[in-house]
Design a protein around this ligand. Sequence first.
Ligand code: PMV
Length: 345
Amino acid sequence: MKNTIIWESPSNIALIKYWGKMGVQLPCNPSLSMSLKASVSRFELTYSPKKDGEKDLVYLFEGKENKAFEEKLSRFIDSVANDVPCVRKYQLKISSSNTFPHSAGIASSASAMSALSLCLCSMQEAIDEMEMPKDFFFKKASEMARLGSGSASRSLFGQYAIWGDMEGLSNSSNYYAIPYENTIHPTFQDLQDTILMIDSVPKKVSSTAGHGLMKNHPYADARFQQARQNISDLMVVLEEGDFNKFADIVENEALSLHGLMMSSNPSYTLLKPNTLVAIERIKNFREQTQTPLCFTLDAGPNIHLLYPKSKEISIQDFIKQELIELLEDGKYIQDGMGNGPNRIK
Ligand code: PMV
C-alpha cells in the first residue's frame, strides 16, 4: 500500500520581527507577518509500511539528493513523532521544490516546514481514517512547524498571522500562530511585496546563531518591550489605514533587527552598501511623491518593498528608474499577500 499527499505552503515576511527565543523554540516577543502568494514550497509525501532495514526517510529537493536538508528534515520528523505517531511505522519519501530561488531574501524554512507539517497531519488523518476539525488541524500543524523553524508557525495562515503571547489577545500563544482576525483597512488588504535582490550570497551567520546572540544581548529587554509596543501600534494602524504610521513601524522593526545584529557580541552585518543606498532612495521617493511605500528586511541584505496594489504602476516605474541598477543582475521578484496553504492532493 502506498499513498501520496501534496501540500503547497507559502513563505511569509515578518512586519514585527521574532528575534530571540527561549525554551523549546518559544519566542521572546510576539511577531506579526504577512503570508506571501507566489513564494511557496511544494511538498509531496509518499508513505508505505516500513520494511526491515529500510531507511526511514528518502528525500529529494527538485529531483536531486540533498543530504544536509534530508538530515534536517529527519531531525524535525523525530521531534514531532509524538504529535504524528504514524511516522514511526511508515517509510516516508519526500520530494520538495520551491517557486523562488535560494538566498533571495525569502524564508524557505518557513514555507518548507509548514508544508511538511501539513503533509504529516494529513497523513495522520489518513492513517487514523478521521478528519480533524479545521481549526485544530491548522493549529496542530502550526505548533509542529514552529519546532522546525519559529517563523514557519505563521505560514499556516493566509493574510496576516500572529505568533506569540500577547496581552489583550486571548487566543494568542507562544506555541503556535493564529490568523489575524481584526478588521483590516482596504489599504492593507492586498499589499504587494517586491523583493529586491541586492545580493544572493548565502548568509554568513545563520538565524539560529543570531537568535542565540540575543541571550546575552545588552539591549534584549528593551528590544522585547519595543516589539510589544510596535505590534500593538501596528494592529491599530492595520485597522485605521494610515500608511505613514505603517511605514514608521515596519521600517523601525527592520532596522532594529539589523541593529541588534550589529550590536551583538560578536557583532555582524548582513546589510550590503546597496541595501543602504536603496533604503535612502525609497525614503526620498516616499517623501517627495507622497507615494505609500516602505521597506522591510529579513535576516539578509535583500529588500522587501511593500505597497498597496493601487500604486503598482508608479512603483514599478520607480523600481525601473532608480532601484534596478542597485540589484544583482537587475533581479527582483514580484509577490504580494497570499491566502495561505493549499492541499493539492
Ligand atoms: O524562523 P527562524 O528561526 O529562521 O527565525 C526567523 C527570524 C526572522 O526571519 C529574522 C524574523 C521573523 O520573524 O521571521
